[in-house]
Write a protein that binds this ligand. Structure first.
Ligand SMILES: NC(=O)c1ccc[n+]([C@@H]2O[C@H](COP(=O)([O-])OP(=O)(O)OC[C@H]3O[C@@H](n4cnc5c(N)ncnc54)[C@H](OP(=O)(O)O)[C@@H]3O)[C@@H](O)[C@H]2O)c1
Length: 222
């Protein structure tokens, strides 16, 4: 597959490493010139490109940047990908540590819905996954399907071919995908929820999602 990854930090860099290792053609960008990603490109065989080029003709796009930087993304991401290509976003709202106040999220909009709005027209193709797993575990703790205790990851987005493709990618990376509902229900996996930051198996993830509360606690407010 052709995969565009926007953001090349802990998570974007890890996904670049793992997805190139699986044989995918990866274009990766950060907020600066492609030359700043020369080392990652040389290590993985990924193509370092401008932000405006990363999603070009992609079967799958991954956005993995600080939540507050979402409005800086190019407006062309969705339209430059293949029609129907899902857009994974891995972001978390960290008001106190990094992002400052984002009023719409404070007022109850899910982090993913906010990202989808900024990405524009095909918001229905946005899927939340990888937001709650520590990057080093994403890098090192994948396991073959059927392994006892295989870590499971919640996947939230509209049902359809895009979500199915994301399920397949999560599985190929070594994790059990668990359906966490729609973008509107993705608060169940946001920071501060029972599933966030845990390495539960599929049963554990389902239980934790069911126990989540929609109320954003003080720790996760600006
Ligand atoms: N770290 C984790 O274990 C972890 C786990 C799950 C989810 N997350 C979430 O995933 C997201 C990424 O986390 P991270 O730890 O990978 O962050 P990070 O290491 O700080 O890396 C952020 C990346 O985003 C890039 N970036 C920033 N603004 C951009 C823009 N406008 N366009 C393109 N690229 C941009 C940065 O590029 P420059 O270097 O050019 O600024 C950098 O490559 C965050 O929302 C985070 O909360 C993190």
């Amino acid at each position: 597959m052709k995969i565009g990854i926007i953001g090349a930090g802990f998570i974007g860099g890890t996904l670049t490493r793992k997805l190139t290792a699986l044989g995918h053609e990866v274009r990766v960008s950060n907020s600066r010139a492609p030359e700043t990603l020369a080392e990652l490109a040389a290590e993985t065989g990924a193509h370092a490109v401008l932000n405006t080029e990363a999603a070009e003709d992609a079967d799958l796009v991954i956005v993995s940047i600080p939540q507050k930087n979402t409005p800086d993304l190019p407006s062309t991401i969705v339209e430059s990908a293949k029609p129907g290509a899902p857009i994974i976003e891995t972001n978390n709202y960290y008001p106190q540590q990094r992002d400052g106040l984002i009023a719409e999220i404070e007022n109850g909009k899910t982090e993913t819905a906010w990202v989808a709005e900024h990405l524009g027209s095909r918001a229905g193709d946005v899927v939340k996954v990888f937001n709650g797993i520590f990057w080093k575990h994403l890098l090192e703790k994948g396991a073959p399907a059927g392994s006892a205790g295989r870590i499971a990851l919640p996947v939230a987005g509209a049902d359809g071919a895009g979500k199915k493709l994301v399920f397949d990618v999560v599985d190929a990376l070594g994790f059990d995908p668990v359906d966490a509902g729609t973008v509107e229900q993705s608060w169940r996996q946001q920071p501060g929820t029972p599933v966030y930051g845990k390495d539960y198996d599929a049963d554990g993830v389902k239980k934790a999602l069911a126990e989540a509360s929609e109320v954003r606690t003080a720790e996760w407010r600006a």
